[in-house]
Design a protein around this ligand. Structure first.
Ligand code: AMP
Length: 444
């Protein structure tokens, strides 16, 4: 199948040609016809699968081929959980609107509110936004959504994890009319909150799922090195980096303190390194991402803030210096490589503290990893054994004790769930899933 098989305007086909894109990916093949038919859509697809164009192309086509419901109101609103993702979608959209009369703006948290109010007053056709800031403008009547034709929610699961449900509902209520179409994309559709919000916002949606989040990614080779302690991890890391087979590398750490510490260490070893961490302001974050995407640095060290969606085509190695708490996050992290058909490697360094999370990843992926080892850096650590379960207990006090022990055991072994306990909890580094306390990384 080719893009020319869809009923797309010639200008869109020209733009695709300029982008060097001619064959639709699986998600595009399935989602574009549904969206072009005007139906609501709930889609899940693997990271790097081309989902941005799967919603931008039908959005553009709708603009070109139908009359606006309102001259003043935006016709398409695209919501994303983070500023980085929004910026990325906006830059793809800019390529598509370049040949047309349509105006697109982005409205992101952390940027000047009054300037945004002014650009909203110029009646843009497209708005790419983070939900909190757009809801603020809505509350101030800087825009009206009565004429909204298409609402697109990208990474909807992440927006819900960040606590944006009230803002999504407010935006939905402001645009709640029969002629609105809604497209919702999420890494997983297997999420109660997703189904609840879908029931509220979408109207008899068609479901499209291309490659579940836990199916293996053929273009990414995954490796695991066991490590005894921090020094051992750093020695294995130095060895991996010295092999120098890779164009660009992303290293994920558990906390922003580790990010800074490791960045200093690697810089001292002579690597061109950038650290993206939570205490930076938006301008610094943009600058770092921009420099890294232009190839000015070889290594980016970060926490889970960069694990989703970022489209960095030259990253050929992802290293989990620490294993992520949530298994889904593992999939997003390694998905920063192997994008758009290129090959990549993902390496996980697993010490005693990472063991439970590592086991959860194996369980999530239905996969047992083969372990890799450098001969001169062999680990003593060979994994933690499960505590043997007690079997014989008769007295009621012992029974009671046994129950608490098993519960503890269960919570230790259970895969980390994306539930409220974790979202409102502490110690998730500066992952943007934290709602409280408000972190500088949290987008509005
Ligand atoms: P996405 O999953 O939307 O972040 O897209 C990942 C990358 O794939 C981006 O660099 C897109 O430009 C690229 N891409 C999207 N669709 C296609 C396609 N049909 N063929 C080749 N590359 C594509």
């Amino acid at each position: 199948m080719l893009f020319t098989d869809f009923q797309l305007d010639n200008r869109l086909l020209q733009s695709l040609k300029h982008m060097g894109i001619d064959t639709p990916t699986d998600i595009q093949e399935q989602a574009i016809p549904v969206a072009l038919a005007g139906k609501d859509l709930m889609a899940s697809s693997k990271t790097g699968s081309g989902k941005t164009l799967a919603f931008l192309l039908p959005a553009m086509q709708r603009m070109i081929s139908t009359r606006a419901l309102s001259k003043r109101d935006p016709r398409v609103v695209i919501l994303l959980p983070t500023r980085e993702l929004a910026t990325q979608v906006y830059s793809q959209l800019r390529l598509l609107v370049a040949n047309t009369q349509y105006k697109a703006i982005k409205i992101l948290g952390g940027e000047n509110f009054n300037d945004q109010a002014k650009s909203l007053a110029r009646d843009p056709h497209f708005i790419v936004a983070t939900p909190g800031r757009l809801a603020d403008h809505l509350a101030q009547h800087h825009l009206h959504l009565n004429g909204l034709e298409l609402l697109i929610l990208d990474e909807a699961d992440r927006m819900l994890d960040l606590g944006f449900a009230p803002q999504l509902q407010a935006i939905h209520r402001a645009a709640d009319h029969k002629r609105r179409q809604t497209l919702m994309f999420s890494a997983t559709l297997d999420h109660t909150d997703i189904n609840n919000i879908a029931a509220e916002l979408l109207n008899s949606p068609e479901h499209v799922a291309v490659g579940a989040a836990n199916t293996s990614h053929a273009d990414i080779t995954q490796h695991v090195y066991l490590c005894d302690h921090l020094d051992h991890k750093e020695a294995v890391l130095s060895r991996l980096l010295s092999q120098d087979e890779h164009k660009q590398i992303i290293i994920f750490t558990a906390t922003r303190q580790d990010t800074g510490r490791l960045a200093d260490k690697l810089a001292k070893q002579g690597f061109k390194t950038a650290a993206l961490s939570g205490d930076l302001n938006q301008g610094q974050r943009n600058q770092i991402m921009d420099q890294f995407s232009r190839g000015l640095q070889k290594i980016l060290i970060t926490t889970d803030v960069a694990s989703r969606g970022l489209d960095l085509l030259n990253v050929s190695l992802v290293i989990n210096f620490d294993m992520p708490k949530f298994s889904e996050e593992y999939v997003h992290r390694i998905g920063r490589t192997g994008r758009a058909g290129s090959k990549g490697d993902a390496v996980s360094l697993v010490g005693p503290k990472d063991w439970r999370n590592f086991e959860n990843v194996q369980q999530f992926l239905h996969k047992t990893f083969t372990l890799s080892v450098f001969d001169d850096l062999k680990p003593k650590f060979s994994g933690l054994k499960d505590k043997p379960k007690r079997t014989k207990n008769t007295s009621s006090t012992v029974k009671k004790h046994k129950k608490t022990t098993n519960n503890k055991q269960k919570s230790k072994n259970a895969p980390a769930k994306r539930d409220k306990r974790f979202l409102s909890g502490v110690d998730v580094g500066d992952a943007p899933m934290l709602r409280k306390p408000k972190s500088p990384l949290q987008d509005e």
